[in-house]
Design a protein around this ligand. Structure first.
Ligand SMILES: Nc1nc2c(ncn2[C@@H]2O[C@H](COP(=O)(O)OP(=O)(O)OP(=O)(O)O)[C@@H](O)[C@H]2O)c(=O)[nH]1
Ligand SMILES: [Zn+2]
Length: 362
């Protein structure tokens, strides 16, 4: 393979040519939600394009007969739709999103980073073995709800489970709003079982810890292992860290898979509404507590404790809810703490500088 060959998969993996068909707007995920945001004239003058990959050097965009690079822009991320301004590409209009996954940067300034936009379904993946962990599942479900992406729990390695129904039952306790499916991620089962969500033009993403079968599922949907393995090999060849990769793959079945390894390390920050949606039952109960600020720690008239005492609510679930709330408020509050520390540090630096310059003056 010469060096040109090694570059080619990089484009075909993302540009919508995976199935050999040219991209149409519908196959890229265009639908009335986006179409209604611009006039017919605007759409013909500035054609819609979808951001299919984010690299350090910029955005890769794909539209009808369009496959180009734009300079980096901080307000757009993979999955976004833009109206391409050919005369001035950086001025291309960003369309409103259906959903958005974001996180705070791990560095000191902790700015918001956009991870992925316009995902239609978040498959929260775990396997029917020791990886299965209700707290972790609830965390991912809360993240999805916070981003306004409907989650679906996918239990893999069903073929290896001895008591499959008990895993399914456990997963179903998380939320009435979250469907649960169980499958063998290898072979053709995923294409059938996930078909209600993986329709042509729909954008899906797999969340879950390492080894649960996310790549296996992607490959099973694609009917090939070419795409997922290709993207990984290419990164390795360039010596880049695979987790920085954010790509949208159009796969043979017609849906789009958003491959964002960065979503794995997402912390729960500013996710109060996602947690409330996940624990709708406890949320509803706490609204009935006598005191508006009830901590559910023995106050009179506490509906949450009453439900636990009468066996209507699992105390372990209440404990996990509190832990997630604590994680969320810790992560959100530590930002303020950092700011205070940064200000104090800046003051200290200025004072030291002032002292040293005044000392140097004759
Ligand atoms: N028997 C069985 N094996 C599975 C199933 N799903 C995944 N595996 C195997 O589990 C291993 C890990 O699967 P991957 O698809 O690589 O897991 P992943 O979630 O993509 O892992 P990372 O890439 O590390 O995040 C592979 O050897 C798969 O063949 C399943 O449903 N049944
Ligand atoms: Zn209470």
């Amino acid at each position: 393979m010469d060096s040109d060959d090694s570059k080619r998969p990089h484009c075909s993996a993302t540009a919508g040519a995976a199935s050999g068909n040219p991209a149409t707007l519908e196959t890229l995920g265009w639908d009335p939600f986006f179409a209604q945001q611009a006039s017919v004239e605007a759409l013909s003058e500035t054609p819609p394009v979808r951001v299919v990959a984010v690299h350090r050097s910029g955005l890769q965009i794909v539209g009808v007969d369009i496959d180009e690079h734009l300079p980096p822009r901080a307000d757009a991320t993979v999955g976004d739709w833009l109206l391409l301004d050919r005369a001035l590409p950086p001025a291309s209009r960003l369309l409103s999103r259906k959903s958005l996954v974001k996180r705070r940067a791990p560095g000191t300034n902790r700015q918001m980073q956009l991870i992925a936009a316009n995902i239609d379904t978040a498959f929260v993946v775990t396997s029917c073995n020791q990886d299965f962990n209700l707290a972790r599942l609830e965390r991912y479900v809360a993240l999805a709800f916070e981003a306004e992406i409907p989650p679906v729990i996918v239990l893999t390695k069903a073929d290896l489970a001895t008591d499959l129904q008990s895993w399914i039952d456990a997963a179903r306790t998380i939320s009435e709003r979250v469907p649960v499916v169980a499958l063998d991620a290898r072979g053709d089962e995923p294409a059938q079982v996930l078909s209600p969500w993986c329709k042509p033009g729909r954008t899906v993403a797999f969340l879950g810890s390492s080894g649960v079968g996310k790549s296996t599922l992607t490959n099973a949907l694609a009917g090939t292992d070419a795409i997922a393995t290709r993207a990984i090999r290419e990164d390795d060849a360039r010596g880049r860290h695979t987790t920085t990769r954010r790509e949208l793959h159009r796969i043979a079945g017609g849906c789009l898979v958003l491959d964002t390894p960065g979503m794995r390390e997402l912390q729960l920050t500013d996710a109060a509404s996602g947690i409330a949606d996940t624990f709708e039952d406890i949320q509803a109960l706490s609204a009935q507590c006598r005191f508006g600020n009830c901590q559910h720690e023995g106050e009179p008239g506490c509906a949450v404790r009453d439900a636990v005492e009468h066996g209507r609510l699992d105390p372990a679930r209440v404990a996990r809810w509190r832990k997630l709330l604590a994680e969320d408020s810790f992560n959100s509050a530590s930002l303020a703490e950092r700011r205070t520390k940064e200000r104090a540090f800046g003051k200290m630096v200025r004072r030291v500088m002032k002292e040293s310059t005044s000392r140097r003056r004759p």
